[in-house]
Ligand binder design. Sequence first.
Ligand code: ADP
Ligand code: MG
Length: 336
Amino acid sequence: MAESPLSVHDPNSEGSQDMKPSPQQQKQMEQAYAQMKRKMSMQEIGKKIKHKIMVLSGKGGVGKSTVSTGLALSLAQRGHSVGILDIDITGPNVPKMMGLDGRRLHVEEGRIHPAQGHLGVKVISMAFLLEDEDTPVVWRGPIKLGAIQQFIGDVEWGQLDYLIIDFPPGTSDEPLTVAQSLPDIDGMVIVTTPQDVALLDSRKSITFSESLKVPVLGVVENMSGYTIRGNGPSNSQVTISGPGGKSHNTTTDEEGNFSVTLDIFKEGGGKSTAEEFGVPFLGALPFDPGFVRGGDDGVHRIVSEPEGESAIAFSKVVESIMEQIGSSSGPGLEII
Ligand SMILES: Nc1ncnc2c1ncn2[C@@H]1O[C@H](COP(=O)(O)OP(=O)(O)O)[C@@H](O)[C@H]1O
Ligand SMILES: [Mg+2]
């Protein structure tokens, strides 16, 4: 460890002679010095990252990591420099989704360097610390929070337009630690699914944001509807029997193609939560089995189908987020 420049000066002693600190005092000073350096480093890092966005949900499995990686890739598609900080120690699956499975932490001259995933997105994940992905990490609170601070203070992100921070489910200490460590967080995106339970939990997240003093940018409804496509005689009527026996009518086009979007869970849950809490509704993302495949084979949906339905839905959510944080939307994907 570098020697601390601090020493104890006794004002009562003659001249400018310094008193030698005890080993314990020396250790305390070194710790305080390291803490101070880290704090300054966090401030520095904070300045180099233009926008910081937290992605939260009250409940696991609603697609937080899918949304975090999707937002990052959608922003990268627009030409922005983007990073993802994956704070989930217990179930960190961001590396897999970003094609970085099996990566380990890369440290150079005492600084942690992010790995580069799809579309050049920089990724730092707690998973990079694991010996192997099947070993669960059980860290006691203070150690975990210390690791998070270190991940914020010691990472060499360089200049970033956006940093997306993915959290474990629930409203625990992690978001608080991040909010206290990183200055000027633009806000949080709350992910929900249309189901009632998930909705209740996202309500908790919104209330939690008030105590964190980080604004809510809005609510994203994930797994919102499933689009089925088919073909038949041109300009003919098609009736689809959807979930719950609900019928959906549509007509085929000139070429005989049709598509119908079915609400597999419920309709408009995210929107009504947003309305109830007076926060913006950022958009809905379709249920797309390609996300599950992408999670398995390491090629994110936005990379495998850059102009597909899901990529377009993400692009719309990105636009709503940019509107909320008052940023210009950049060159952009053309949405027809
Ligand atoms: N819109 C979606 N359509 C289909 N599957 C999805 C969608 N969003 C997430 N998933 C799948 O749901 C599971 C949980 O998603 P994940 O992003 O890991 O959730 P969380 O981070 O909230 O725990 C994953 O298998 C993922 O592929
Ligand atoms: Mg996750």
